[in-house]
Design a protein around this ligand. Structure first.
Ligand SMILES: Nc1ncnc2c1ncn2[C@@H]1O[C@H](COP(=O)(O)OP(=O)(O)OP(=O)(O)O)[C@@H](O)[C@H]1O
Ligand SMILES: [Mg+2]
Length: 260
């Protein structure tokens, strides 16, 4: 049986003549967590944005299960429903309570009943430690809390795959682990994910496979234990060395428990 959820096949994308993705191919299997790392500007966000159709690719193809999703215009919204995405900035509607933010997608796009979704939303909020915030306005929440709500909102759409683009990059350090622990939890629950992060210890903890992207090409990929302890290419070695300072600093104020 073919358990491939996502198949990216030789995709190219350029902006104003600059090749940003230059022949990227990868597959993600059901339940697999793939972490994409690489230097700033190497094309990580562009890759995720191409996968969920926010950017149109120049060539190549993208399949979700057996369905070709690239090159479509008509029913793109149906495809997007199956691909959840959470960004650095939690884009909750500020004038709507947390619950109304959560209800919007499933009731409008999936035609689910409000009662059903509300029940499910409360269960999920409880799991991420936010049940008491269900009827609060987003501005009364911390960044870490908002980002956990954003994860719940994405999950309520029951996506086939979840794409996370640096979801902790805008957070104060003490809020990072509370968000990453939710992601670890989702991974343990079997959620298929493609994650872009600069949190290398988290990457090591959550990844089934690490993909190292540079200049729009996959330079190396492998199991996290191999990639982080013995990267094969010099470029990956060099990239990982640049995190030495950050990881020492992390240890000094270590509140993270996502490695347990
Ligand atoms: N809409 C756009 N128009 C023009 N150039 C773009 C656009 N989006 C991205 N780029 C360029 O494409 C390259 C890759 O950008 P991308 O955001 O994918 O990098 P990244 O790997 O996510 O970097 P970072 O780690 O800093 O988030 C950059 O040079 C960027 O300036
Ligand atoms: Mg980016």
């Amino acid at each position: 049986m073919n358990d491939t959820i996502l198949h990216v096949q030789d995709i190219y994308k350029s902006f104003d003549g600059n090749g940003v993705l230059r022949g990227v191919s990868m597959e993600i299997r059901e339940g697999e967590v793939v972490v994409i790392v690489g230097p700033s500007g190497c094309g990580k966000s562009t890759l995720l944005r191409c996968i969920n159709g926010l950017e149109v690719i120049d060539s190549g193809s993208i399949y979700l299960r057996d369905e070709k999703i690239s090159g479509r215009t008509k029913d793109l919204h149906l495809v997007r429903q199956k691909i959840g995405m959470v960004f650095q900035s939690y884009d909750l509607f500020p004038h709507m309570k947390v619950m109304d933010n959560l209800l919007l997608g499933p009731t409008k796009a999936l035609n689910k009943s409000k009662t059903e979704v509300e029940k499910e939303a409360l269960e999920m909020l409880e799991r991420v430690g936010l049940k008491e915030k269900a009827y609060a306005l987003p501005r009364t929440l911390s960044g870490g809390q908002k980002q956990r709500v954003a994860l719940v909102r994405a999950m309520l759409m029951r996506p086939e795959i979840l794409l996370l683009d640096e979801i902790t990059a805008a957070l104060d350090p003490e809020m990072v682990s509370e968000v990453l622990n939710v992601v670890i939890d989702l991974a343990r629950g079997g959620m298929t994910m493609a994650i872009v992060t600069h949190e290398m210890r988290f990457a090591e903890a959550v990844a089934d496979r690490v993909v190292f992207l540079e200049d729009g090409m996959i330079m190396e990929e492998g199991k996290p234990e191999e990639f982080f302890s013995a990267p094969k290419t010099q470029r990956a070695q060099h990239f990982l060395q640049s995190f030495t300072y950050a990881s020492k600093r992390d240890k000094k104020s270590d509140k993270n428990n996502f490695e347990d």
